[in-house]
Design a protein around this ligand. Sequence first.
Ligand SMILES: [Mn+2]
Length: 731
Amino acid sequence: MRLKPGFLLRSLLLLGTLLALLLLWSSLFSSRSEPHHQLPREENNAIVQQPGKVDNIAPKNNFQPVVPWPRVEGIEVDLESIRRKNKDRNEQDRLDGVDQKKIVQRQYLTFKPQKHMYSEPVLRSGTLGNFELKEPEPQGVAGGPGEGGKPFVLGPDYKESVQASIKEFGFNMVASDMISLDRTINDLRHDECKYWHYDENLLTSSVIIVFHNEGWSTLLRTVHSVIKRTPRRYLAEIVMIDDFSNKDHLKGRLEEYVKQWNGLVKVFRNERREGLIQARSIGAQKAKLGQVLIYLDAHCEVGINWYAALIAPIARDRTISTVPLIDVIDGNSYQLIPQGGGDEDGFARGAWDWSMLWKRVPLTEKEKALRKTKTEPYRSPAMAGGLFAIEREFFFELGLYDPGLQIWGGENFEISYKIWQCGGKLLFTPCSRVGHIYRLHGWQGNPPPVYVGSSPTLKIKAPASASYLATTCHCSDSISLEIGSDSCLYKDEFPVLQYAENLDACSFSMVFFLLCADYCFFLSYDSGDEPFFCRIKNYVRVVEVWWDEYRDYFYASRPETKALAYGDISELKKFREDHNCKGFKWFMEEIAYDIPSHYPLPPKNIEWGEIRGLDSGYCIDSMGHTNGGLVELGPCHRMGGNQLFRINEANQLMQYDQCLTTATDGSKVMITHCNLNEYKEWKYFKNLNRFLFIPTGKCLDRSEVLHQVFMSDCDSSKQTQKWEMNNILSV
Ligand SMILES: [Mn+2]
C-alpha cells in the first residue's frame, strides 16, 4: 500500500490551525498570570528531595525543588537488553473470573447483566457531601510555588533551561520540578457539587496511565494527585504502561520511586512502541484488580473529590462510560483554569465536524431539561479520548478498541459510537474534574530511538549518515522515509527543501514531519502528532463501520480518502450485528442531534484536487495561508496539502475549512475561514476550463512569472484563464 505524502502536508495545515487556537488560548490565559513568584537563586542548587511517603502530606517546612535542575537532556538507555529481560517474565493475560450469581438488577440484551447494587446520589443542599473533605487539603509545601493551582512564573534567569525543557518534553519542566508533587489545587467545581451524597458501595478502580518519554515531575504529579485525592478503599491499583520510552528517568528511577507505595503503583513496559491506542488496550489487560478502568493522560492532576462523581453513574449502570470535565493546566505556569467554551456553566458536549475533527459544543436545552439540577451528569455524543472511565468487563465486552486502529486518532469516536449505538451511554460528569497539561509550542515531539528500525511505527533510511535523524539535515537533502507498520505504511523519497519554507512558517512541532531549519525532527505521540495518514485511515475505518449513509458527508469533506485502503472491518461489522447495535441515523437524531446545527452537513463536491493551470506545471497553492492570506501559484507537487482544493454544489471553492474569495482590492484571491453559507461565489465550467467569480463576472487568472493569482475580465483566448482539476486520490 502506498499513500501520497499530501497527508503530511495536510496534517501540518490542520494541526497548525488547531495548535494556533491552542496557543492563542494559552497566551490569553498566561497573560492573566499574577506577578512573578521568583525563586531565590540559592534554591536553584538545592539537593534532591527524597520522595516522601504517600500518606505523609503534611506541610514541609523548607521548600526544595523536587529534582535538581537544569537537567534537560534525556539519557538514552539500552532498550534491547530491557526487552530481552522482559521476555523472561512475560505475564500471561487472563480475564478475571466473572461471578454471575449476583444478578440483581436489570438485564441487558447483549451485555452481561448489571450485578452491582447502587442507589442514586442525593443532593442535600446545606449538608456537605459524605465524600467531601472535612478540612482543606494540606499543602505539598506550605506556601510553596504552584500551591492552590496558582501560577508559578520563573524569572528570566531560567529562560534557557525552560526553553530546553519545553523542546524536550512539551512543558516547562523547570517550573514543574520546583512545584510539589503533592501540591494543592483550586476547586473549580460548581459549588453545588459539594452537597452530593453518594452511596459508599462504589466500584473500585484501576487507574491506567500510558506514557512515552514523559517528563518526570508532570508524570509523577499525575500519580501523586490520584493517590492523594482518591479514597484508598476504591483505588485498587495504578497501572503505568511505558510505551517503549528510552529516557533514563523512566527506567530504574521510576521503578525505585513507585516502591514507596508497596505495589499499589505498577509499571509495565511495552517491548516495542505500540502507539497510544493499543497501549491503552494493553493497559486494560494488565489492570486486573479494579472493577472500573480509569484512563488518564500522563500529565494530569485530578480534582477535589473527583472519584465518586465519576464512578457513581457506572456503579448504577455498568454500560455507562463517564468522562470528567477536563480543565487546563498551563504548561508554563501550572496554573489551573477551567477550559473555555461550553454553555454559561462552562459545560460542553463532545462532538465532531464532518471531516472528523474533535469539537466541543455547548450543552443544549434538551440536555439541561433532562436534569433536575445543573451538576448532574449529562449525555455527550463523544469523548475527547484521553480521560474516561469504563467498567472493565464492559470494555472487554465492547472488544476494547478496534485492533485495526493505529497509533493515535479516531479511537475516541470509535469507542463513543460503539457505546451509544450498542446500548450503552456516555456521560460527562460536571462534579468530577481533572486538569490536563496541553503541550506547548516548541515541543520537538518524541524523536525515535537513535538506532533505526527498532520502532515498529517508524523506519527512516537516511542516504548520507545514520545520525541524520537526531542531528542536522540539509535543505538540499533528499531522504527516504518508511513509516508505519505493514498495514499502514508510508514510503517515499522526500525532498527536504521543498517544504522548508512552509514548515518554518508554522514551526510548531506537534506534527510528524521533517523540519528543515537546523534540525530534522520526526515528531510523534500524544495529541496531534502522529502520522496523519494513519489517523485518517483510522477515521475511514470508524466511518465505514459506524456512520452508515452518513459516510458520504465524511467523503464530501475528505474526497481524497475515497479510495483509501482501510483494511478488514468484517469483525467489527459482525460485532455490530451480534449486539443489535443501532444505526447512525438513530444516533444522530437521538443523541447527536445538535451537531448539524454547529457543523452543517456539507454539500457534495463537484470537483476536487489540484487547480492546475491548463498545460502548465503550476498550481494554486495556499502556501499554508489561512484566514485572510493570499493564495499564490506554485509548481504542482501532486501531494495534495496546500494544493488540494474542492468546489462544491454550493459554489464554494474550498481548502479544508477555508474558502477562496477576492481580497479587498477585488483582484487578488484570498483564502479565509467560511461556514456553509459564506462565499458561495464560484462556478467551474469544466468544458471551458474556466473558474467564474459570480459576484463580479470575472475569471480566475494567473501570472506564471510573478506566481500571482488574480481576477480579470473573462477572455476565452487567454491561456492563463484556463484551469483543470484532477480529482487526485490517496491510495
Ligand atoms: Mn495529553
